[in-house]
Ligand binder design. Structure first.
Ligand code: G3P
Ligand code: MG
Length: 249
């Protein structure tokens, strides 16, 4: 379905979280400099209504601030140091806006998997803001994009507000293959994203047979990535540029 993703085989996880502070511009630059063609990021709404690039509900783990991003307005979030926790070399890195990463990746010809991590009770609003932002900036014409989420409400809302945006369904626990296929059909999803600890050869085969791509996180070992690609996985999310091992083809 997503031809450029299949060709890339590798998606930089949270930018390239092994080499630079996750979900910062430094991490997206690291992915681009390593030659990656796709990156993944986590996006959520902050208190002033912008989509910011952040994994956790709270800023505590990945910045020098404290509190939930949904309660913080963009000017306050923008002031936080999101790099020093990772390494002093990255002091001064900021939490980016989604538009910052879209601009950078469009310039570098990189695709983005936007993983929506809505705040509780924000499922529909998060998807609506994403749809409005992408439509207003004509971003679908400027770079390859794939939206994904654990939230089926968010994915259903994307289908309603911006149906042309490809959707991927993430699952954090075991489900029977038939239930997964039924949900992929209901969401009209192009891809299924699963934890490496949960994926099986049978499930890969079943999802592929339905015409969809299988993406697996987080794979930081080149041999494991090779095994998954051979089994039919289209791409793996990695914190590291596995291509540098020489085993990524
Ligand atoms: O989108 C794939 C992967 O990022 C999902 O898990 O917790 O790293 O966002 P997480
Ligand atoms: Mg993610």
């Amino acid at each position: 379905m997503l031809r450029s993703l299949r060709a890339a085989k590798l998606i930089g996880h949270r930018g390239l979280a092994g080499l630079a502070p996750e979900n910062t511009m430094a991490a997206f630059a690291a992915a681009a400099d390593a030659g990656l063609r796709w990156v993944e990021l986590d996006a959520k709404l902050c208190a002033s209504g912008e989509l910011v690039v952040l994994h956790d509900n709270k800023v505590d783990r990945t910045s020098n601030g404290q509190g939930r991003a949904e309660h913080m307005a963009w000017p306050a979030l923008q002031r936080l140091d999101a790099g020093s926790w990772f390494d002093r070399r990255f002091a001064g890195e900021r939490i980016p806006l989604l538009t910052d990463v879209l601009t950078f990746c469009a310039e570098r010809g990189i695709g983005i998997n936007i993983e929506l991590k809505p705040n509780p009770h924000d499922y529909v609003a998060t998807a609506r803001v994403l749809a409005e932002l992408l439509r207003a900036g004509r971003w679908l014409d400027r770079l390859p994009l794939l939206a994904s989420s654990f939230s089926r409400q968010s994915l259903r809302a994307i289908k309603r507000y911006l149906p042309e945006l490809p959707r991927g369904f993430l699952l954090e626990r075991r489900w029977p293959a038939e239930a997964i296929l039924a949900e992929l059909t209901a969401l009209d999803a192009v891809s299924f994203h699963y934890d490496d600890a949960l994926i099986s050869a049978e499930l890969i085969t079943a999802v592929r047979a339905s015409g969809r791509d299988v993406l697996v996180w987080t794979v930081n070992d080149a041999d494991r990535a090779e095994t998954l690609w051979r089994a039919g996985v289209s791409a793996v999310f990695s914190d590291l540029p596995l291509a540098t091992t020489g085993q990524h083809r």
